[in-house]
Design a protein around this ligand. Structure first.
Ligand SMILES: NC(=O)NCCC[C@H](N)C(=O)O
Length: 407
């Protein structure tokens, strides 16, 4: 079996990243809001930071694989699959792309090197790429300099979101926004066609299901308990469908889904922006969610229908109960300072990537939270974060574990 993720903290052995590329250079002040960025990162700085992230993971025992490489391996030498991939990419890229589908298809299929093709679909295709010599048509005279026939998809380096590993299976997600829905195609091709994955991974959710769900909301709390956020990006109906599919899979060990309802705002876009596990009995949390958090339990494995109830009690007590622990410690992002909590949560201070019990990768800029983690006995591996953080996601968002050793 190629996938094994039964916790948030088991030693990380294989992880999927995407190295940010020219899609970041294709953000502009007019488009960045729609493309879910608050600023335009400096690409070469972002790549340096990302390479440092990958090196920290390798130095600590994880094999790093890249989404762009796996997708290129799938397309290499299979002309029919390459054609289908290009057609599907165009179909998902919006009405302008569909209006130019013949030209885009010719342009993309002309790119022989599979990795170059994959990167081009991520970077976006401009009017001038396709029509370098066009003159005299209305469409060639207006705004051609900054016009994309196929827009860039700059959020791909947040590999946490388009699909999520759950035990031995995967939720291949239906994303909240159009720009991010294109991202699911790469995981789809890898999971269905790559020789290492094809036919071996149960899919618990697929993008053709109607409700939104994103991987940042999915937390493998234990081999038996899955946590899922109800958030700006994940609808409760999607959680019901996901839970039903998991409970119907006899090979899955999960018998409980805990749904955590967090405020539906951009600052808290996914559960993992406010809450991540850092050790067997320790979690980071953004204090801003504690007052309003509601938790629901879904059960019903093997019964053909779900049973739902609201769970009462403080978060630490609920977590301790479901994880079979005496107590759980919540480490507050920003400590006791509200301004530090808000600033560091905005820069993903709560979004740690746990690589083994008690060891996490974090952004260096969140020094208040990082110090508190160290004081709590956590080994804190800091990565540079001036540019990557402008995309509003941290180390957990930028990684999809494919294999964690069981604990
Ligand atoms: N799991 C995460 O919280 N991922 C961060 C995603 C950031 C991206 N700019 C987005 O808005 O979707």
């Amino acid at each position: 079996m190629p996938i094994c993720v039964k916790s948030e903290i088991g030693p990380l052995k294989r992880v999927l990243l995407q190295r940010p590329g020219r899609e970041l250079e294709h953000l502009s002040p007019n488009t960045m809001g729609q493309l879910l960025f608050d600023d335009i990162p400096y690409l070469y700085g972002a790549q340096r930071e990302h390479d440092c992230f990958a090196q920290i993971l390798r130095d600590n025992g994880a094999e790093v694989v890249y989404l762009e490489d796996l997708t290129a391996q799938v397309l290499a030498g299979d002309e029919e699959l390459r054609r289908r991939f290009v057609e599907e990419t165009i179909r998902r890229a919006g009405s302008t792309a569909m209006g130019y589908r013949g030209d885009l298809k010719r342009y993309l299929l002309d790119i022989q090197d599979p990795l170059e093709l994959v990167l081009k679909t991520m970077e976006g295709v401009s009017y001038q790429d396709v029509f370098p010599n066009e003159q005299g048509r209305l469409s060639s005279l207006v705004h051609t300099g900054a016009r994309f026939l196929m827009p860039p998809i700059p959020n791909l380096y947040f590999t946490r979101d388009p699909f999520a590993c759950i035990g031995r299976g995967v939720s291949l997600n239906h994303m909240f926004t159009d720009t991010r829905n294109r991202e699911t195609l790469y995981g789809d091709y890898v999971l269905r066609h790559h020789p290492d994955y094809a036919g071996q991974v149960p899919l618990y959710y697929t993008p053709d299901q109607y409700f939104w769900i994103e991987g940042g909301d999915i937390l493998n709390l234990s081999r038996r308990v899955l946590g899922v956020g109800i958030s700006q990006r994940t609808q409760p109906e999607a959680i019901e469908q996901l839970a039903s599919a998991i409970f119907a899979d006899e090979s899955s060990e999960i018998d409980t889904v805990l749904a955590f309802e967090i405020p539906s705002t951009r600052a808290f876009m996914h559960l993992d922006t406010v809450f991540t596990q850092v050790d067997v009995d320790k979690f980071t949390v953004h204090p801003g969610i504690l007052g309003t958090l509601r938790i629901f339990e879904l059960t019903g494995r093997g019964q053909g229908k779900l049973t739902t109830r609201e769970v009462s009690g403080p978060l630490e007590q609920v977590l301790a109960g479901y994880l079979g622990l005496d107590r759980v410690q919540l480490i507050r992002c920003g400590g006791s300072s509200q301004i530090a909590a808000e600033r560091e949560q905005w820069n993903d201070g709560s979004n740690t990537l746990c690589i083994a019990p008690g060891a996490v990768v974090v952004y260096d800029r969140n020094y208040v939270t990082n110090q508190i983690l160290e004081d709590s006995g956590i080994r804190v591996l800091k990565m540079p974060s001036a540019e990557l953080s402008r995309g509003r996601g941290g180390p957990r968002c930028m990684s999809m574990p494919l294999w964690r050793d069981e604990i």
